[in-house]
Each structure stands twice: as structure tokens, then as C-alpha cells.
Ligand binder design. Structure first.
Ligand code: PGA
Length: 251
């Protein structure tokens, strides 16, 4: 399955967000999209208007950028997976490196969130990836696998079948420095092999993320084990995002 996710992060006012979504939705014809599953992840405040806007265009799915692992309670500022489900949100990005770094999310917490998302029929888009020091020291393959193994621990085979993985080397996120196609393929193939060995399935979609844009996407999407992209900066420009959808469809 080919998947392209636009992670808007903490960008756009509600008005700007809806007009970006309108532009994407108007340009996204059946021809452009083909077999690509297109997902947008706007800030939480825009989730409900985005879902409503997309009633006319069910080709585009909506994801949250994070959620809590509990259904409800005294957790000021948080959003629960139950609320997302009730708002007809389809998916949720979990364990993004910015959440890990700035909000101190641990592998164990990410695992709780993945389970909670699946319990509420949300597709978890689970982010993993090494820091620059780990790449330099040569431990990056196993370090990234450890993150993923913990995030997916104790899932049922049915749960596992609904998970989407995103490999995002931290050193490539928002830096303009992209992993080379070989580096991406090496990690994706490694993770797929480990998933098969450990959980008995390597069929999960594995997306690449980190400074992916129209000028470098062709070579990355062409890699055997790259099933799509998790796009930050370039997803804020409707034309670039649409070009990425087309490139993925043609890959
Ligand atoms: P970037 O972000 O494309 O701006 O590097 C990717 C991400 O953080 O998901």
C-alpha cells in the first residue's frame, strides 16, 4: 500500500489550514491519486473542520499528530483517542521525534499510545529513527529497531496489521538534509526483516520522512521497501504535496 502523509505540525491558523486543505482537495483528482492513500495531519484545533470539509472528498484521510493513551480524565491539554474516534479522525501520528525530544515521550509511552489508538480503531502512524550520534556511532539500525519493537510490543496480529511505520532519521527532519536513497532502503529493509522475524509479518507499510520534497522524492520512492512518505515542510505547500502524491503514484 502506498501512503503519503502531510504532517503540518504547529503551522497554519484554522483559516489558513482549511484553505490549504481546500486547495489540496480541489487539485487531488482520481488521476493524481491513483492507488495512493493520502492523509493530512493538521493541528488538533483544525481536525473537526477538516473532517467536515472532507465529507465531499473521502479520498483524503485525516490524522491527529498525537493523542493521550487514556480514554478520559484529568490530563489538562490532552486529547484522547476516544475523542478522535468520535470526531471521525482516521489515524494518529505517534512517537514523532519532536514529541520524544521536546515532550520527553519514551518508547514505553509510545507503546501505550499505539495500543490505545488501535483499541479506538485509529491507525497508528508510528515514528522511529536515529539521532545523528547514533548514525555516526554505527548503532543506528538496532537503535531504531529497538524503538519500533517496544512501540509494537504486545499487539495482536490484527492490531499489527493496521499499523503504519514511519522511519524518520532525526538528523534529516526539517534540516534540509535528506537520507540518501540507499540509507533509506537499508533501514526499511532492515526493519521489515526484523518485523518478520519477531512478529511474523513484514507486510506493514514503512514510510520515509525527513526533508522529503519534490526534488528528492523520486529516488527515495523508487526504493523497494519505501511505501510512501511522511512529509513535514513540503506538505504546507499544496502544489508540492500534490506533486509528491503524483511521484509516489508513479513509483
Ligand atoms: P520535514 O518533516 O519533511 O519537514 O523534514 C518530516 C516530519 O517531521 O514528519
Amino acid at each position: 500500500m502506498k501512503i503519503l502523509v502531510g504532517n503540518w505540525k504547529m503551522n497554519t491558523t484554522p483559516e489558513e489550514g482549511i484553505s490549504l486543505l481546500e486547495r489540496i482537495s480541489n487539485l487531488l483528482t482520481n488521476e493524481v491519486v491513483g492507488d495512493v492513500r493520502v492523509v493530512v495531519a493538521p493541528p488538533s484545533l483544525h481536525l473537526i473542520p477538516s473532517v467536515e470539509k472532507l465529507w465531499e472528498n473521502p479520498e483524503i484521510a485525516v490524522a491527529a499528530q498525537n493523542c493521550h493513551h487514556k480514554d478520559s480524565g484529568a490530563f489538562t491539554g490532552e486529547i484522547s483517542p476516544e475523542m478522535l474516534l468520535n470526531s471521525e479522525v482516521d489515524a494518529v501520528i505517534l512517537g514523532h521525534s519532536e514529541r520524544r525530544e521536546y515532550f520527553k515521550e519514551t518508547d514505553d509511552l509510545v507503546a501505550l499510545k499505539v495500543k490505545a489508538a488501535l483499541k479506538h480503531h485509529l491507525i497508528p502512524i508510528v515514528c522511529v529513527g536515529e539521532k545523528l550520534e547514533q548514525r555516526k556511532s554505527g548503532t543506528f539500525l538496532n537503535d531504531t529497531w529497538t524503538q519500533l519493537k517496544i512501540a509494537l510490543s504486545d499487539l495482536s496480529p490484527e492490531g499489527l496489521a493496521d499499523v503504519v511505520v514511519a522511519y524518520e532519521p532525526v538528523w534529516a527532519i526539517g534540516t534540509g538534509e535528506v537520507a540518501s536513497p540507499d540509507q533509506a532502503q537499508e533501514m526499511h529493509a532492515f526493519l521489515r526483516g526484523k518485523l518478520k522475524e519477531t512478529f511474523g509479518t513484514g507486510e506493514l507499510p514503512i514510510l520515509y520522512g525527513g526533508s522529503c520534497k519534490p526534488s528528492n522524492a523520486d529516488d527515495i520512492f523508487a526504493q523497494l521497501d519505501v511505501d510512501g512518505g511522511l512529509i513535514g515542510g513540503a506538505s504546507l505547500n499544496a502544489d508540492d504535496f500534490l506533486l509528491l502524491v503524483e511521484k509516489l503514484r508513479k513509483s
